[in-house]
Design a protein around this ligand. Structure first.
Ligand SMILES: C[S@@+](CC[C@H](N)C(=O)[O-])C[C@H]1O[C@@H](n2cnc3c(N)ncnc32)[C@H](O)[C@@H]1O
Length: 414
């Protein structure tokens, strides 16, 4: 999408105009590896002081949260119209529509009107990067690198939901004159632009105690570290404050970092932020989707009635490898073993949803606990062996896929 950008050097002017205070902190471009970052202007020390050194204050009215979207939609009839037609699905999608309005080029219409009402975000979006290395923005070849990893199916699902959202936007706004003029007739708005809006949101939003999931201008220039030297707080009367952690001593031009989430796995970091922090949690996890056996006549009923998602998780940490796959136990059972599906007649004559019975007892709410339900069965060892055999098959298939992916990576590197 054609959009205006502003150099990082102009951010200090924007900050002054919008009352964002920086204390001893600058923004700096760290190049392709990390993009923009916050760095110290001078040596800072939080050791031996009682005051928590404040690095930045962002006023409350700049926080892009559900509240700001609602407030803006009250005065901006174009944004209101857009939200009425395609909004209301999720906060993420509403914020993406808000950002879309602010990136829509405000070239004058013939009658002298512009689209959307200006606010501080109209300029701030011009500082946001045009590329974020989230897997959704990777090329086909780069996506191949995820073959056989936990992210492969997650990325396929994410791409298909982004495509659906974009097509929905296109279809529902096709007859709105200003959308047609600025987006569709010019071809200015395409799927890549929608993917970038999603990447902005996911890589820059954070959870605030009062405002909820939000984007905070300027604070969103802070990069992540598992050993972050700073943290943020929200005061609803003031806004968001960035503070130096206690016992931190930093030289001038050191990077100021925050934590994007201490418990996030490496896969989650790559999926939502486009990088892996080598200092992040050590444990390695592989999550695979399990499909029922195609010849199983009960396959559809099992999928429909399983509590939770049919996943296999293999985790490795502290010298130990463990697996969990409750669907495998359910998947390997047949009617002869004691499994039954029934649709019951309710007292009002209606039919109940599918119910699952194991050896005569209703276990509809417990289909993810078959590993223990099997313990009372006279053939429990045989049944459990079937589940382990399915697990072995799944791992074997996975190893073959990983080997093919390794060959593809070698070919790419040549
Ligand atoms: C909230 S933004 C931080 C500012 C960003 N660097 C920029 O250029 O605008 C989050 C993005 O910064 C980058 N990033 C943050 N921490 C990083 C790190 N430790 N290593 C590599 N990239 C990082 C990733 O691209 C991530 O999606």
């Amino acid at each position: 999408m054609h959009r205006q950008t502003l150099p990082l050097a102009a951010l200090s002017v924007w900050s002054k105009l919008n009352d964002v205070s920086f204390f001893d902190v600058n923004t700096q471009d760290l190049g392709d590896a990390k993009g923009t970052a916050l760095v110290t202007r001078r040596k800072l020390n939080s050791k031996e002081t009682f005051e928590k050194p404040t690095l930045m204050i962002v006023p409350h009215d700049l926080i892009l949260s559900a509240e700001l979207v609602d407030e803006c939609a009250k005065v901006d009839h174009h944004l209101r119209e857009l939200l009425d037609v395609v909004g209301g699905h999720s906060l993420r999608r509403d914020v993406m529509l808000f950002l879309l309005m602010h990136t829509t080029d405000n070239r004058c219409q013939p009658e002298g009107q512009t689209v959307g009402i200006k606010n501080p975000w109209t300029e701030y979006v011009k500082f946001l990067p045009s590329h974020i290395p989230l897997p959704t923005t990777w090329s086909e070849e780069e996506r191949m690198l995820l073959t056989g990893t936990s992210l492969e199916t997650a990325l396929i699902a994410k791409m298909s939901s982004l495509i659906k959202e974009f097509e929905d936007l296109q279809e529902k706004t096709a007859e709105i004159a200003w959308c047609r003029k600025f987006w569709w007739d010019t071809g200015d708005l395409n799927l890549d632009a929608w993917i970038l809006l999603d990447a902005w949101y996911r890589s820059r939003c954070l959870e605030l105690p009062h405002s909820g999931e939000s984007m905070v201008p300027c604070l969103d220039m802070a990069n992540h570290s598992a050993k972050a030297n700073s943290y943020y707080e929200e005061d609803p009367n003031v806004g968001v404050t960035l503070l130096l952690r206690p016992d931190v001593e930093l030289e001038a031009t050191s990077e100021i970092t925050i934590s994007y989430g201490e418990t996030k796995s490496k896969a989650e970091m790559l999926f939502s932020y486009g990088f892996i922090d080598e200092n992040g949690p050590e444990s390695q996890k592989l999550v695979l989707a399990i499909e029922p056996i195609p010849e199983d006549p009960l396959a559809k009923a099992k999928l429909a009635s399983f509590v939770g998602k049919p996943l296999l998780t293999i985790s490795h940490g502290e010298g130990n490898t463990v697996w969990a796959g409750p669907f495998l136990y359910f998947m390997c059972l047949n009617e002869e073993d004691g499994l039954e599906f029934k649709v019951l007649q309710e007292t009002d004559g209606t039919r109940s949803p599918l119910r699952v019975f194991w050896k005569g007892s209703d276990v509809t709410e417990a289909t993810d606990t078959f590993e223990s339900l099997l313990d009372d069965h006279e053939l429990k060892d045989v049944l459990k062996l079937r589940a382990v055999t399915l697990l072995e098959d799944k791992i074997e298939q996975q190893l073959q896929r990983l080997a093919r992916s390794a060959e593809a990576i070698k070919a790419l590197a040549r």
